[in-house]
Write a protein that binds this ligand. Structure first.
Ligand code: ZN
Length: 274
């Protein structure tokens, strides 16, 4: 025996390590952790491996290597496919963590793949979550809960797929700090709002209205508010033309933030403190 540790230390060690399982890796020397999450996307690595991007409940967005996952004998099987809510165990790696266990909690992909509108809505949710949450291992519990709630609502098919998607877009933007102004002018706070101006941050009054800003119908505005609040009885009762107008405004607003707002925010965060 070359160990200099007394017998009681060696005896206590396994229990001590077990205690660490489940704590985030960044707390220190922890090398193994457990979390649950939704697989956002995967891509191939070498001959048989795959890199999976997962939005987890406690750790935030993580990227991990699933070794041998593309072999037919893989013990992970289809558990690490996009849309799957999985329980994971990972080892902290130098650049990427390594997935050591994966158990399916709910395979949302199975419910969505047979229905094209629901599948495309779900795909848009995964992509938006991936792009809205830029930093890895930064806890994003509210975004995780919104994504799981959105996928569950799509799979349950209780509401129109596009309404579920628009609700997800509005609420995930709000959690990210980009809620559109709907009840007061985004520029001057006046309550008589008139036009939707994406660059201004939502609805604006007649005085603040920039040239070319769309003037949505009142019912469309009410629908956006209902989706943002999660008022489903009101959203389900909306008319098709207001849903179409709402989807157009929400998509344009989201796109602008993904292309401009978020990128510029990242730039601001990179500036050295002066
Ligand atoms: Zn104004």
């Amino acid at each position: 025996m070359n160990s200099t540790h007394p017998w009681w230390f060696r005896a206590a060690r396994p229990r001590f390590e077990a205690f660490h399982v489940g704590l985030p890796a960044k707390l220190g020397k922890v090398s193994l952790y457990r979390d649950e999450g939704v697989v956002l996307r995967t891509h191939k690595l070498g001959e048989a491996d795959r890199i999976v991007t997962v939005l987890t409940k406690r750790t935030g967005k993580i990227r991990g290597v699933a070794k041998g996952v593309r072999r037919t004998t893989s013990r992970f099987g289809a558990r690490l496919e996009p849309f799957t809510h999985v329980d994971l165990q990972l080892h902290t790696g130098r650049t990427l963590d390594v997935v050591t266990q994966a158990e399916t909690i709910r395979p949302y992909g199975e419910a969505l793949v047979a229905d094209y509108p629901r599948y495309t809505a779900g795909s848009a949710m995964l992509e938006t979550a991936d792009r809205l949450i830029m930093g890895e291992k930064e806890p994003a519990l509210r975004q995780f809960l919104l994504l799981v709630g959105g996928l569950r609502a799509l799979a349950a098919a209780e509401h129109e797929a596009r309404l579920v998607l628009d609700a997800y877009f509005l609420r995930s933007l709000a959690v990210a700090g980009y809620a559109p102004a709907l009840q007061a002018c985004a520029r001057c706070q006046a309550t008589a709002v008139r036009a939707f101006a994406i660059v201004a941050g939502g609805m604006v009054c007649g005085n603040c209205r920039p040239a070319g800003a769309a003037v949505p119908e009142g019912e469309t505005l009410a629908l956006m508010l209902a989706l943002l609040k999660g008022d489903w009885p009101a959203a389900d009762a909306s008319l098709a033309r207001h849903r179409t107008e709402c989807s157009g405004l929400v998509a344009a607003y989201l796109q602008w933030h993904l292309e401009h707002g978020i990128r510029s925010l990242r730039h601001v965060e990179r500036e050295p403190a002066t």
